[in-house]
Ligand binder design. Structure first.
Ligand SMILES: Nc1ncnc2c1ncn2[C@@H]1O[C@H](COP(=O)(O)OP(=O)(O)OP(=O)(O)O)[C@@H](O)[C@H]1O
Ligand SMILES: [Mg+2]
Length: 172
């Protein structure tokens, strides 16, 4: 199957407040497994790190993680859970290839990857991933989220958004 025929499913949801974002992140965490790539998109302050924080805390053992800082300057923060969660913030990545120096290959092999600013990876972003795109909502604390699942995420999307919210098709 070529990328242009890859199955894809999408859903849009309104998140009324931070708790709603955290709840979506927890549902995502419950469905995630080793090798998964979750691309967190949206402008500065959209809520990508807030999503990642709630995701990590919702993973088994994650409640004991006291701090989930933004990896703004470290570019990656690794959480020693089972499987490990690697939280990337690639805003300051100057060349896509520099991601290999951060341990990207090891992460892809057996961890869950949360990636802020995934566009910095260009074609290095695996074709199969979940896109979580956050945009401002109508109120200061509300957000709209667009979920796009490719590959194995297509079947898992109804667990996140509800079957009624899903539209399925192929990438064109
Ligand atoms: N519904 C919501 N979802 C997510 N964050 C929210 C929401 N409502 C308010 N916020 C607040 O918005 C801010 C989002 O900041 P956050 O650091 O998560 O953004 P970011 O997308 O990671 O930005 P950056 O690109 O700078 O890393 C936080 O202060 C958070 O508390
Ligand atoms: Mg952030």
């Amino acid at each position: 199957m070529t990328d242009s025929q890859a199955p894809v499913a999408a859903a849009s949801l309104a998140l009324a407040d931070l708790a709603a974002t955290a709840s979506l992140a927890a549902r995502t965490a419950a469905l995630a497994r080793a090798g998964d790539v979750i691309a967190l998109r949206g402008d500065l302050g959209a809520g990508k790190t807030a999503f990642a924080r709630a995701f990590i805390r919702a993973r088994p053992g994650g409640a004991d993680v006291t701090e989930v800082p933004s990896p703004t300057f470290t570019l990656v923060q690794v959480y020693d859970l089972a499987p490990a969660v690697w939280h990337f913030d690639l805003y300051r990545l100057t060349r896509a290839d520099d991601v290999w120096e951060l341990g990207f290959e090891e992460a892809l092999a057996d961890a869950i990857l949360l990636i802020e600013w995934p566009d910095r990876l260009g074609s290095l972003l695996p074709a199969e991933h979940l896109d979580v795109e956050l945009t401002p909502g109508s109120a200061p604390d509300s957000r709209d989220v667009r979920l796009i699942g490719t590959g194995d995420w297509v079947g898992r999307l109804d667990g996140l958004a509800g079957r009624a919210a899903i539209s399925a098709g192929t990438v064109t």
